[in-house]
Design a protein around this ligand. Structure first.
Ligand code: ATP
Ligand code: MG
Length: 329
């Protein structure tokens, strides 16, 4: 049997090049080597307030972006988290084996809680729901960006703890990070990772940004006080621009070094912008085509949920039996 891959993206804002380079593009590359499930994790998105109408629209937009990026729905299941009730159900069972101290240590919790007036319990429980998403499908490999490494460690810890308490139940999953682009930084603040939920029009490049907007954002990206690229003393902003270029061009480290050493920042930015514009063009074209087919996205999402539901149901039944909860049979 082929190993199973699971990963997800929250419909919490506009997908950006960090989501693409850190996660989505890897999914496309990996999908035929594994049995793949790609999820729009709407239950995660509501850990901070989302406008309901906007959330619904975002779910379909993200499904269209998965397809436009090259996820093949004939091969990979594309589904919405809340369409399969096992995610929330298993999350409760895992909550009961997760020490609260493990959750309070999570850097994402601390960062996101800081930005909220009232911190919902969901924000603290987020990594348990993420563990449930993955363990529900007995996924062996989870391709994510580097910011999720800590949550992946917690997922492994939760799986191992459950297996120790109740007997072998879950596959303990491995993390898969891309070699370039695992942590794309904000253009305006290169010491913070690029995020959908961050404020500021110059922070992220959205996958659906027009070429003129992409160029403008990159030309305004924060660099440092040096005039030109010096690989012996790279500032965070310049290093980020070089990473973005390298990820889109798929050049080697040596090629990037030879080409950009000593280049003035203005010229560097122009070349980065053109690489991003060219890299996103086919995706944007396919996205526009997909949006013209009424009913298509819903059918892909419903079919995806139907396809994965038996796997989810089997895991929930197994977990119930292991824990001594009530089962029909
Ligand atoms: P939010 O701000 O709402 O948390 P996000 O931009 O962090 O949004 P997520 O939906 O949380 O996006 O993450 C989806 C995937 O994209 C995950 O695999 C995550 O690791 C990856 N990812 C997110 N941001 C980056 C980034 N800046 N660089 C590389 N990968 C990223
Ligand atoms: Mg995130």
């Amino acid at each position: 049997m082929r190993k199973r891959v699971f990963s997800g993206i929250q419909p919490s804002g506009d997908l950006h090049i960090g989501n693409y380079l850190g996660a989505l593009r890897n999914w496309v590359k990996m999908q035929y080597d594994y049995e793949s499930i790609f999820c729009i994790v709407d239950l995660h998105a509501v850990t901070v307030y989302q406008n309901p109408a906007e959330l619904q629209a975002k779910i379909e937009e993200i499904a269209a972006l998965f397809l436009a990026s090259g996820i093949d729905p004939k091969h990979s299941a594309i589904m919405v988290q809340s369409a399969v009730h096992g995610h929330a159900e298993l999350a409760w069972m895992l909550t009961c084996v997760t020490p609260v101290g493990w959750l309070q240590r999570m850097t994402q919790f601390k960062a996101k809680a800081e930005a909220q007036e009232t911190v919902g319990d969901g924000l603290l429980q987020y990594p348990v729901l993420m563990a449930a998403d993955i363990l529900l499908y007995q996924a062996a490999i989870v391709p994510v960006g580097d910011d999720q490494s800590q949550h992946m460690e917690l997922t492994r810890d939760v799986a191992q703890r459950f297996n120790t308490l109740y007997g072998e139940t879950f596959v303990v999953p491995e993390t898969s990070l891309p070699s370039v682009g695992a942590r794309v930084m904000g253009l305006d603040e290169p010491d913070k990772k690029m995020s959908k939920s961050a404020q500021g029009s110059g922070h992220a490049i959205a996958l659906l940004d027009e070429p003129a907007v992409i160029r403008k954002k990159i030309m305004r990206a924060t660099t440092d006080s040096s005039p030109a690229v010096d690989f012996a003393a790279l500032g965070a902003g310049v290093a980020n621009l070089l990473t973005i270029f390298q990820a889109f061009s798929e050049w080697t480290d040596d090629q990037v070094k030879a080409h950009f050493s000593g280049m003035r920042y203005g010229d560097l930015k122009k070349q980065v912008a053109e690489a991003v514009v060219a890299g996103l063009e086919p995706l944007q074209k396919r996205y526009r085509e997909i949006k013209t087919e009424p009913g298509y996205l819903k059918s892909v999402l419903n079919e995806g949920a139907e396809r994965v539901s038996p796997i989810a149901d089997a895991t929930v039944e197994l977990v119930k039996r292991r824990m001594g909860l009530y089962t029909k049979s």
